[in-house]
Design a binder for this molecule. Sequence first.
Ligand SMILES: Nc1ncnc2c1ncn2[C@@H]1O[C@H](COP(=O)(O)OP(=O)(O)OP(=O)(O)O)[C@@H](O)[C@H]1O
Length: 340
Amino acid sequence: MAKVLIGMSGGVDSTVTTLMLKEEGYEVEGLYMKLHSKPGYHEIHQARAQKAADFVGIKLHVLDLQENFKKEVFQPFIDTYEKGETPNPCALCNREMKFGEMINFADKVGAEYLATGHYIKTDGEYFYQAEDDTKDQSYFLFYVDKKVLPRLLFPLGSRKKKDIKEIAASVKGLESFSSQAESSEICFVETTYTNLLKDYVQVDNPGDVLDKDGNVVGEHKGYMHYTIGKRKGFTVKGAHEPHFVLSIDPKKNQIVVGKKEDLECSSVVLDNLNMFNEEKEFDTTVKLRYRTKAVPCHVKIEDDRAYVTLKEGVFGVAIGQAAVFYSQDKLIGGGWITKV
Ligand SMILES: Nc1ncnc2c1ncn2[C@@H]1O[C@H](COP(=O)(O)OP(=O)(O)OP(=O)(O)O)[C@@H](O)[C@H]1O
């Protein structure tokens, strides 16, 4: 039977995935990657991964990628906030670490396949949304190099999260994995992103809040406290209705605020595209942030830029975020929002 490398984080998903692969008869080896440098984190999670590997009876490799992660994922995260934009570190991590470095490691140990506990499906050519739509992670995988797709296995793509927890709870020796707290959306953010940023950049720096016409109407705490669509944490003199952040000017340390309807966006431009097919002009649907529904759109690709016309207005679209195209449940590509 073929050899598969499984990314083991010490969490319930990759632990149950490992068990499934082993039961299916694959020759399985595990890999724990040290990615970010959150103090005390790896001691706990590596030990959990080791416990899972020992239970299933497989070898666990450990790879220290902290320097690499810092350069490819963490620093861009800080830089994006400094530019007044909204980052998506998970999409970068998936391309560079989980389906970049891990594929290289799979080659090293002679594994034909790479598996993870992601909730997503693939047929080797495209990604598809997971069966469990509350857990679907396809949005964060749009930037993975399509060359690696034929080698990926996602046993959880057709499963429900609650069933995975039940499996862990029912296997003697793995019960503790079923009750672990769910990991936060961004693994290296412990509390809030601003708390983390404060260790690296000057976040607290009061400045002016402007209205759409450029009048100073209030004060904010420092532009990095805000992302597009945020409605709290700044003052607006005499305001009776909620105001939302419409744009951020990092150079002037100013934010522009307005009403909900001012946030509506009808087109976006994307760069750094990652398309899974060759089409240059098409109608499809696009998701402009995680946990929102995909809206119908028209796409025209020219010189590695996608010009996307939305057929329904979308609120709170932010530069720096991913725009991911879906045809029904099939992910056909995406890019990074560079202009709204
Ligand atoms: N540090 C790591 N080392 C190796 N593989 C990892 C690591 N972190 C995540 N992975 C792999 O990527 C998958 C998805 O990671 P994600 O961070 O979304 O975790 P998750 O959905 O909470 O899964 P889990 O319950 O396995 O932690 C994991 O199931 C695992 O296969």
